[in-house]
Design a protein around this ligand. Structure first.
Ligand code: FAD
Length: 378
């Protein structure tokens, strides 16, 4: 029997494996995808994260902060793009020194996979998709390219993201109840490539185009491109599906985002071929059942408008570590303490993330807002 199974080798799962290995635990990480370090990224799903102190603190504890920051770019404020008129830079701190960091989620995942793989007590199993879990016994069933594989573990962590199969199994066995609140908005990735070998926009800022019904943001990449994310309703007359021809896409951007088309030669192609991602909030309780525990997005996925989903997932790992210390490594008590310590904070950030959507979409462009506040986060 494996001592600890971590289902989901994303951000939370890999960091958790590193931390548990530091404590001398034997860990097997099961990941449904092939090893992402050997393949190519899925189109339109590159996702740049704004990584802030909560996340960096967790990475520092496993010695990865500096390595991750080497691949990142500090953003010291918001750059607001109005439809007409000059750009408006709003620093995140009065001295202009504080920054959040633009990091590629894929690159961050790869750094964490490397670190987990280097730990002598961690094994990584790719192409293992969890399909069944018995929360009582810790028996697990995975679908793999070679057929079904059975395993068993003393403790099981579900770090398998917003659509968690572990959470699904806890619900199926009557342990946990869940609510999934999908936003009527989706997101689509677009790209601004380097211009004459340099950044086409100011690289030390998180760029925002607040437009009320729609909104776009752009974060810088080390290769001097920007990844843009357009947020727009999923349905209705002013929504993603309403732009059904290249001419309609061009007209929409010329009217609402006029500074973007000259910087984004692949705009129409990106728009037509990149998928629309879903956004929502996951709430469930309890997160644990004796030997099984949800962590990261699997327990509390949030909408991305506060830039805190991954930061929160990393902070979960830090809190869990403290709970293990405080309970002398008694897993049942530690998992209960983890949920008790963490629930209020994750519910608060879920509410703040939804509220920040309104702020980013509308208020950052208002004169009252500009006069009144220096901004702390995205
Ligand atoms: P995930 O990263 O989703 O990892 C889950 C892993 O589990 C994946 O590798 C998946 O393949 C695997 N898996 C899934 N099902 C199974 C299964 N059945 N069996 C085995 N493995 C499975 N957060 C921030 O902090 N800052 C930001 O600026 C930010 N911006 C965002 C922008 C967008 C557009 C989006 C969508 C999200 C953003 N986030 C941001 C949120 C962040 O991406 C997530 O909170 C974070 O990835 C959660 O990490 P996780 O490990 O819990 O889940």
């Amino acid at each position: 029997m494996t001592r600890i199974a971590v289902v989901g080798g994303g951000l939370a799962g890999c960091l958790l494996a590193c931390v548990l290995a530091q404590r001398g635990e034997e860990v097997v990480v099961y990941e449904r995808r092939p090893d992402p370090r050997t393949g190519t990224a899925e189109r339109g799903r590159s996702i740049n994260l704004a990584l802030s102190e909560r996340g960096l603190n967790a990475l520092r504890r496993v010695g990865l902060e500096q390595q991750v920051l080497t691949d990142g770019l500090p953003m010291r404020g918001r750059m607001i793009h109005p439809v007409t008129g000059p750009l408006d830079f709003q620093p995140y701190s009065a001295d202009g020194e504080r920054a959040i960091n633009s990091i590629s989620r894929g690159a961050l995942n790869n750094v964490l996979l490397d670190a987990a793989e280097k730990s002598p007590t961690v094994q990584l199993r790719f192409e293992h998709r969890l399909v069944e879990l018995d929360p009582e016994t810790g028996a697990l069933v995975f679908e793999t390219p070679r057929g079904r594989v059975h395993a068993e573990a003393g403790v099981v962590f579900g770090t398998d993201g917003a659509g968690s199969a572990v959470r699904g199994e806890l619900v199926r066995h009557g342990v946990t109840s869940e609510t999934l609140d999908f936003l009527d908005y989706g997101y689509k990735e677009l790209s601004i490539p380097p211009r004459d070998g340099d950044f086409a926009l100011e690289p030390r800022a998180l760029h925002i185009w607040p437009r009320g019904r729609s909104m776009m943001i752009a974060l810088p990449n080390p290769d001097r491109s920007f990844t843009c994310t357009l947020f727009w309703p999923n349905s209705g007359t002013s929504a993603f599906a309403s732009l059904s021809s290249p001419a309609a896409v061009e007209r929409f951007f010329a009217e609402h985002y006029p500074d973007v088309p000259p910087l984004a030669p692949g705009l129409v192609d990106d728009y037509q071929h990149n998928p629309v991602g879903l956004l929502g909030t996951v709430r469930c309780a309890p997160w644990h059942s004796g030997r099984v525990c949800l962590l990261g997005d699997a327990a509390h996925a949030i909408v991305p408008f506060y830039g805190q989903g991954a930061n929160c997932a990393f902070e979960d790992v830090t809190v869990l570590e403290r709970c293990l210390d405080n309970t002398g490594g008694d897993w049942t008590r530690a998992l209960r303490l983890f949920e008790d310590s963490r629930r209020d904070d994750t519910e608060a950030i879920a509410r703040m993330a939804l509220a920040n959507f309104i702020e980013m979409r509308d208020k950052v462009a208002s004169p009252a807002f500009r006069l009144g506040r220096h901004l702390e986060h995205t």
